[in-house]
Design a protein around this ligand. Sequence first.
Ligand code: 5GP
Length: 184
Amino acid sequence: MSDSLIIVVSGPGGVGKSTIVEELVKRDPRLWLSRSWTTRERRPGEAIDAYNFVTREQFQQRIDANGFLEWTEFIGNMYGTPNPEPPLGRDIVLEIEVDGAQQVKLQHPEAVLLFVLPPSREEQKARLHGRGDADNKVEQRLKKAEEEEPVGKALADYVLINDDLGQTIHDMLALIVARREKQS
Ligand code: 5GP
């Protein structure tokens, strides 16, 4: 992974990160999306490969074996990025929350951190409800989002407001290309 660019997409829950990264990897074949591990239960209708869904024991074993680039506990569940092994010549995309983004930036200061914000709290709330989270979970996630925002903004290389998905993706792809050119 030594020559790979690391692109971290972070931002509060309900901002559309998953849709964004899905589109990024579809449109830029050089991008390679890391699949995270989580101890969270799969949501109804959620893709089976959205995560590697594991038990706490399995997660802990991987921590003990130094198998994660970063990991954290987020609202009662563990989430972690396995040490990335992208195919040669590919750039790594991580879709993670702020604490993980901070850990990645510490180890890899050259990583590009794209921090995405929702256009409004209302929109964010609607997206969280829309994906089937229970009301109390939505409240927890909104509270967490308020804590995450200032930290993420301070840490970010670029802050983007996702009010138009197409524009957000267009801007991100341009930033990635620009960073590659700078690197080569
Ligand atoms: P969700 O439960 O909504 O899928 O994810 C909760 C939060 O964890 C989201 O902000 C998501 O981006 C983040 N997340 C997903 N995978 C990872 C990971 O591997 N590491 C970290 N630190 N956060 C992750």
